[in-house]
Ligand binder design. Structure first.
Ligand code: GLO
Ligand code: MG
Length: 346
């Protein structure tokens, strides 16, 4: 099963965050984008993920020409550092026009803004030589059922996706589902929903998905099974590994931090499906603990990658033939213990 492949890693500027939460202010001073890029390079990561306005700050206030010029300047900076842009994602949850949703807002002017913003995001991606747009559909859902027409919202989502696909013939869209937060309930909560939605698009081949471990756990699902499911369709185009301690707020813990076995099974699923062999990256959508001191600011990223690589070794040294025998004998008690012993090591 295991082929000896190397993985490529990335993170986004938001993953070196300042520690603010709904109950308190930042605990670390903000760092510049250039500092974060230098850090990413120093740590030996291969790519950076971007929101459209991470790439071109204050995007809405700039002309198309200025947006393209700044995106080109960034591309040069990335090239100089030997770093590529893995994805660009439209940030559709900050602007006042996205208060009640972006593509699924009840206000047609707001829906129009969301689509226009997404097309500009594609222009940024093109300037960065990146063909993958990530849609985390943050506010596409409702706080109360009666506030929106969920049937109509599916049409709105398809309309937005089709506008994006038509804007550029080369781009692909990876939908990043999440069941809740900031919404009470989201319209695209799982990978199954994301892939079902892709079939309604004008060009389904160009619509796939991104799995985030914590989002699957928040939906009560196992991220390893989600990975296998998405890979069965050839649609896992990006990945946000992290961890989550049960059904709480989105914790974005270091990979493996809450449940090493769940992390091991995600790595096994990635190995089994040869994730990365078509150029896909492993991203860590993790945040430092609020208590983190400035001098330890990137440790959650380094640790996540280290845990990932150690689990790759664990997956590659797992005794598959012994496991198969136990499966054939339906001796799951022994198989269960075998997994635990393997993870605990000597
Ligand atoms: C939040 C999401 C978020 C996205 C990012 C890229 O829960 O995980 O971090 O991954 O905005 O679209
Ligand atoms: Mg994410």
């Amino acid at each position: 099963m295991a082929t000896k492949r190397a993985y490529k890693f990335c993170f986004g500027p938001w993953n070196i965050s300042e520690g603010a939460d709904p109950y308190g202010p930042p605990t670390r001073p903000a760092q510049t984008f250039d500092w974060k890029l230098a850090k990413l390079k120093d740590l030996g990561f291969d790519a950076m993920m971007f929101h459209d306005d991470d790439a071109v700050p204050d995007l809405d206030a700039k002309s198309d020409q200025q947006v393209r010029r700044e995106a080109k300047e960034l591309k040069k900076k990335l090239d100089d550092g030997g770093i590529v842009a893995e994805i660009v994602a439209p940030r559709l949850w900050f602007d006042p026009r996205t208060i009640d949703g972006a593509y699924t807002s009840n206000d047609p002017k707001c829906r129009k803004y969301a689509i226009e913003r997404s097309l500009r995001c594609i222009d940024v991606a093109k300037a960065l030589d990146c063909d993958l747009i990530v849609l985390w559909l943050a506010r596409e859902g409702s706080y109360i059922r009666e506030s929106k027409n969920a049937r109509q919202c599916v049409d709105y989502l398809v309309e937005a996706i089709d506008a994006m696909l038509a804007h550029d013939r080369k781009i692909r869209i990876a939908i990043e589902p999440k069941p809740n937060e900031p919404m009470d309930v989201a319209y695209v909560p799982t990978i199954g929903h994301a892939l079902a939605l892709s079939t309604l698009a004008a060009d389904p081949k160009r619509v796939g998905c991104l799995i985030e471990s914590a989002h699957a756990i928040l939906a009560g699902l196992d991220p390893a099974d989600e990975i296998d499911f998405a890979c069965s369709f050839g649609k896992l185009w990006s990945l946000h590994l992290n961890d989550q301690n049960g059904l709480k707020f989105d914790q974005d813990k270091p990979f493996g931090s809450a449940n090493l076995r769940v992390a091991f099974n995600q790595v096994r699923a990635l190995e089994r499906n040869q994730y990365g062999s078509r150029g896909e990256f492993v991203a860590f959508d993790v945040h430092p603990f609020r208590t983190t001191k400035v001098e330890h600011w990137a440790d959650h990223l380094v640790n996540s990658r280290r845990t990932f690589l150690r689990l790759v070794e664990k997956a590659r040294t797992f005794n598959e033939s012994a496991a198969r025998k136990l499966v054939a004998d339906r001796n799951y008690a022994a198989l269960d213990q075998m997994v635990l012993e393997h993870l605990m090591g000597k």
